[in-house]
Design a protein around this ligand. Structure first.
Ligand SMILES: [Zn+2]
Length: 113
């Protein structure tokens, strides 16, 4: 059974915030990156999501010309950074409950450091 749509969209939003915080991203790149993670995302789902993240002040849009084509790049804003950090904390907290084994290795590495 596929992941329910609200969970799917929540995970996708976290991926977008994370990647936009690493470097400016654009639609086609995100679709390919999310496919690598196993998320099949259509432009009809991605672009409205990018626009609402922009409306919410999480992403900043910027037009750049690449090889003669105008491309819209998205970068994480300061509010987006705060939301990403909060989401990351909640994701870790959730994993501690639903998948404790997945964090054990990270915790052990942390204890040794
Ligand atoms: Zn990724």
């Amino acid at each position: 059974m596929p992941l329910s749509r609200d969970l799917f969209l929540g995970f996708v939003r976290m991926h977008i915030l994370y990647h936009a915080g690493e470097e400016p991203v654009y639609g086609v790149w995100l679709i390919e990156e999310l496919a690598r993670h196993g998320y099949a995302l259509s432009p009809g789902t991605l672009y409205p999501m990018l626009h609402s993240l922009e409306d919410e002040g999480m992403l900043r849009r910027e037009r750049r010309v690449v090889k003669g084509k105008v491309r819209k790049y998205y970068t994480l804003t300061e509010d987006g950074r705060i939301a990403l950090d909060e989401g990351r904390k909640r994701a870790v907290e959730l994993l501690r409950e639903i998948s404790p084994g997945s964090l054990r290795v990270a915790d052990e590495a942390w204890d040794k450091a």
